[in-house]
Design a protein. Structure first.
Length: 536
């Protein structure tokens, strides 16, 4: 999942007290409106089209999948109150809640999931996350236009029973069912309103909240959904999300009480926050990697592996984490975070080499490629407009200058920036990624040929072959080894510039409870409440 903020400088929140509000805990506080700083302006509130945390934070409140997540980020029953798995691990049978309803009062049925999943895989929709359903029988072929949608391995046995057939046992499959892309979407609203179905007054949703207002670049408001199956367990009356991607502005609004939660803290204000607001500041690790993508499409100078390797060699990761981001993030010498379960991945072979040795090797590679301080290579680095995010490209430019690299910095707002990434209109661009689920494939799939999130345009038949074989093997150990071999291929190709694994710092008002830290950085508003006696 993409992020807008400089995540090493901003934010995974911790619980300030208790836990989630239990069902039946009483009527919601009619005055309780939560104000959340939320990064960038969403490009869409269609859960099947959003790709950023600034979108999933909202769609995760508006919709609910077969499974959901509690305040600690753990899987819990969602629309499905229980499920069975066949002995061979290929067939899942989900039993849906009979009281699951859309916000217009109509039932959420198994047929809604059949419709939604077929829509997600439709080549015409072009959903970036369609590949998450590829474990389902025929999903890949449908997404590639090779088979009809009706052949998808999902069936509504009756209104409250859904069966899903997989092509192979997939241990992390339940994790995918709590991802917004696999949520049900309202066929009735989509048919009635087309692409405008996500607008207030048109949207029908099935989550804890329903959309009431969307002021472009101003705020988005959602009120408690009275038709939600656990409405009695939702304390908040409403949530307002603000597109604030300037960490300094967000902090100022938090200090004045305008914001109850913000998702980043300016680097130069961390010490102040530690001294002045220790109860509000929370710092913790998460499953994510901050890296830069190299444009490796045909015609790009960065198709030359020697240049990519030289830039990696000259990058002083520890300097960046100690002097710029200042949260002691682990330097990243690979793509997949060390904390990913059931995976022991490789590292760059120069990870432990002295700087002098690395710089000598980098200079030689650049000379072999035809560049030096006397004959410099001109490169551009794109980044999202923000004083915080600018500091890393500035540092990279200084580190690469001795190699004969002349860097120009280009900044854009988040919407324009990610459009440029998708179009390949960049040379080097920041590509922060936080896990959607705890599996190495969620990172390694980013570099498979043809995947929409493969912004670099990286293509290597051996890599694709290894990932395909990993996807087909039934042996977990062999699967992990194949993925590690694939990642080694990435590193040998210097296909990316990883900098560090994420640690975030956020601010959460001490008046709140129910927000627990978790490595996926998922914090549904459903579980948040104001402490008794603190007011809104």
């Amino acid at each position: 999942m993409r992020l807008t903020t400089l995540m090493g400088v901003g934010a995974l929140c911790a619980l300030l007290a208790t836990g989630p509000l239990p069902a039946g805990a009483g009527e919601p506080d009619e005055a309780a409106v939560l104000h959340r700083a939320n990064g960038a302006e969403p490009s869409s509130l269609d859960p099947q089209l959003g790709t950023g945390s600034w979108e999933s934070n909202i769609t995760g409140d508006l919709f609910e999948g077969l499974l959901a997540r509690d305040a600690a980020g753990e899987l819990i029953p969602g629309v499905a109150q229980r499920w069975d798995v066949s002995a061979d691990g290929l067939t899942y049978t989900f039993h849906l809640r009979e009281n699951a309803r859309w916000s217009d009062g109509t039932p959420v049925t198994a047929g809604d999931f059949v419709y939604a999943w077929r829509r997600l895989l439709s080549p015409e929709l072009g959903a970036a996350y369609a590949y998450l359903l590829f474990p389902v029988a025929n999903a890949r072929a449908i997404n590639h236009g090779e088979q009809a949608a009706e052949t998808l391995g999902v069936q509504a046995v009756d209104e409250h029973t859904l069966t899903v057939t997989l092509t192979r046992p997939t241990g992390y499959f339940p994790e995918l069912l709590a991802h917004p892309s696999t949520f049900p979407v309202p066929e009735q609203a989509i048919r009635a309103h087309g692409s405008r179905w996500t607008q207030p007054g048109n949207m029908v949703s099935n989550g804890a909240f329903e959309l009431t207002e969307w002021v472009s670049h101003g705020h988005i408001t959602a009120r408690r959904n009275a038709d939600f199956h656990d409405a009695a367990g939702v304390s908040l009356q409403a949530v307002t999300y603000y597109p604030i991607d300037d960490a300094r502005a967000a902090l100022n609004r938090f200090r004045t009480g305008e914001m109850d939660m913000i998702d980043s803290v300016p680097t130069d204000r961390l010490d102040w926050a530690r001294r002045s607001m220790p109860r509000a500041l929370h710092v913790s690790p998460m499953l994510g990697t901050f890296y830069f993508a190299f444009n490796q499409r045909e015609g790009s100078v960065l198709t030359d592996r020697r240049i990519r390797e030289a830039l990696n060699l000259a990058t002083r990761r520890r300097i960046i984490t100690e002097r710029i981001t200042r949260l002691d993030q682990p330097p990243a010498w690979s793509l997949v975070p060390d904390a990913i379960d059931h995976y022991d991945g490789p590292r760059f072979d120069f990870a432990d080499s002295p700087l002098e040795e690395r710089m000598a090797r980098a200079r030689q590679l650049m000379q072999d490629a035809g560049y030096s301080p006397a004959h410099p290579l001109k490169l551009t680095i794109d980044y999202i407009t923000n004083p915080e995010t600018r500091r890393i490209p500035v540092a990279l430019a200084a580190m690469w200058q001795p190699l004969g690299v002349d860097v120009t910095l280009i900044n854009s707002d988040a919407a324009v920036y990610y459009a440029k990434l998708r179009q390949g209109d960049f040379q080097i661009g920041m590509a922060p990624w936080v896990a959607d689920y705890n599996d190495a494939s969620n990172f390694l799939d980013l570099f498979r040929s043809g995947v929409p999130n493969n912004h670099s345009g990286y293509h290597h038949p051996a890599y694709d072959r290894l990932m395909a074989e990993a996807g087909e093997t039934l042996d977990p150990g062999k699967r992990a080894r194949l993925m590690a071999d694939a990642e080694q291929r990435l590193l040998d190709d210097a296909a990316l510039l990883p900098l560090y694994f994420y640690v975030r710092a956020v601010m959460v008002s001490p008046r709140l409870t129910g927000w627990q830290e978790n490595p996926l950085d998922i914090h549904p508003s459903r579980w948040i409440r104001f402490r008794s006696g603190t007011g809104q």
